[in-house]
Ligand binder design. Structure first.
Ligand code: MG
Length: 452
């Protein structure tokens, strides 16, 4: 997949992601996908309206009717698409910095398109073989309000409201000025929580923090949790399909620990869990203890969702899937990620135990994440060649190449892979001490730096 990376088509606005690109890509979408009506929605980015206008033009040029539902979290668009049986185009760059935007597609069941369908769209895009209709058949567009409200109700109806209300929680919410600002504080209020917020108005300049919910961007939320005596802090990414938590002491909860804790309560003997090649040992342990099995895919929700769908089609029970970045999927609820739903499921664990107590059994691992910038294709090739050499000479590690290079050392592991969305090589390491995780990450960082 060239145009669609591991999380849709993304790029810097007016550089890679121009209105012309959006127009032609949506022309290809309108050519390949048969339904007459499409829903279009966006996150809060400054370029959202510009890219939306181009996408709507592209679809209308193929004779499609377009419903513009405005700023709605990605899971809300997926719900709308499924509810109204219309495919959707979502204008979002998720967790990427403010200068980025992107285009993501879902079908009329609200599920990401299959890789083969995306490849067909890419082929039409490359060949410019658009199915443009004649003047009397061009499509129209209407603005539809209220999709956010429908989504709020849907999430609440899918959660044990009374149990969560009875826990009498105070939650501190940080939607990071993203699409979650318009719906999620309300969801948590309707779940019976006392809700306090920061960075909770929609703003595409993201003045409070970067849209990626990683610990270095969440220091304000951590202090806020302590100041407000909250039971839980909840942070979302730009399109609110992910949720990351802060415990009652104002400490960030590792996403891998949250995933393991949620998995431990839903898994039964014979279940299958799908995660990516950067899977944490914590989830591996929970899966083993539950007599379930684990399947690994390349990094990225598209690959995970594809595999979940195949397993479900084959009759397997897959109650949970996802990654340690807060992107958790409960396939029986929706074949996609939903930050608010995941937050509700986590709240449901809090009652007799505090957030830190829930996480304690999964807290004995430490992760280290690093990024090394890439200057050019040639630079990337040199860096990957150096890692490949390292894989051949490092006799301590067993190496897997499902996606990038994963070095397993027995007491920890490190994964090195190029980012699907940014000019970076990403390094993930995990070990039972922070020093060890840092050491594994540093080892790879040195190899990458020496390559340049
Ligand atoms: Mg996202």
């Amino acid at each position: 997949m060239e145009v669609f990376g591991s999380s849709g088509a993304r790029g810097v606005v007016n550089d890679e992601l121009t209105p012309r690109f959006a127009l032609e890509l949506s022309g290809a979408v309108g050519t390949v996908l048969e339904p007459d009506t499409f829903v279009v929605a966006r996150d809060t980015r400054t370029s959202g309206k510009m890219i939306t206008a181009a996408v709507m033009s592209g679809l209308m040029s193929c004779g499609k009717t377009v419903r513009d539902i405005g700023v709605v979290p990605t899971p809300g668009v997926q719900w709308y698409a499924a509810e109204h049986h219309v495919p959707g185009v979502i204008i979002t760059a998720s967790h990427n910095p403010p200068e980025y935007n992107g285009i993501k597609l879902v079908n009329e069941k609200g599920i990401e398109l299959r890789i083969e369908e995306l490849e067909e769209i890419e082929r039409v895009f490359d060949q410019e073989s658009f199915n443009h209709v004649e003047w009397q058949d061009v499509g129209s567009a209407t603005r539809v309000d209220g999709a956010g409200e429908g989504y709020v109700e849907r999430v609440i109806d899918s959660l044990p409201v009374q149990r969560i209300t009875d826990a009498d929680l105070t939650v501190a919410v940080d939607p990071g000025h993203g699409a979650g600002s318009v719906t999620n504080p309300r969801i948590y209020r309707e779940l019976g929580c006392r809700v306090v917020t920061i960075n909770s108005y929609p703003d595409g300049k993201f003045p409070g923090r970067n849209p990626e919910p990683v610990p270095e961007n969440l220091s304000d939320l951590c202090s806020f949790v302590t100041a407000e005596n909250a039971d839980l802090g909840i942070a979302h990414d730009g399109d609110a399909d992910r949720a990351v938590f802060v415990d009652e002491h104002g400490e960030c909860i590792d996403g891998d620990a949250a995933l393991a804790a949620l998995a431990s309560v839903v898994l039964e003997d014979g279940d299958v869990v799908v995660s990516s090649v950067n899977v944490s040992q914590r989830l591996v342990n929970v899966v083993q203890e539950s007599d379930a099995s684990l399947e690994l895919t390349p990094v990225g929700s598209t690959y995970i969702l594809n595999r979940v769908r195949e397993l479900k089609d084959a009759g397997e029970r897959v109650p949970i899937a996802g990654e340690g970045n807060g992107g958790i999927i409960f396939p029986e609820y929706q074949l996609g990620r939903d930050g608010a739903f995941v937050a509700g499921r986590f709240m449901d664990l809090i009652g007799d135990e505090t957030a830190s107590e829930i996480i304690a059994p999964y807290d004995s691992y430490f992760t280290q994440r690093d990024n090394v910038p890439v200057e050019s294709e040639a630079d990337l090739a040199r860096k990957l060649e150096a890692i490949k050499r390292e894989a051949n000479v490092d006799s301590e590690a067993s190496v897997s190449t499902v996606d990038g290079f994963r070095f397993d050392y027995g007491d920890g592991w490190v994964l090195v892979r190029p980012s699907g969305t940014e000019p970076l090589v990403r390094i993930y390491a995990e070990a039972q001490s922070h020093g060890r995780a840092k050491e594994y990450a540093q080892r790879m960082k040195t190899v990458l730096k020496d390559a340049a």
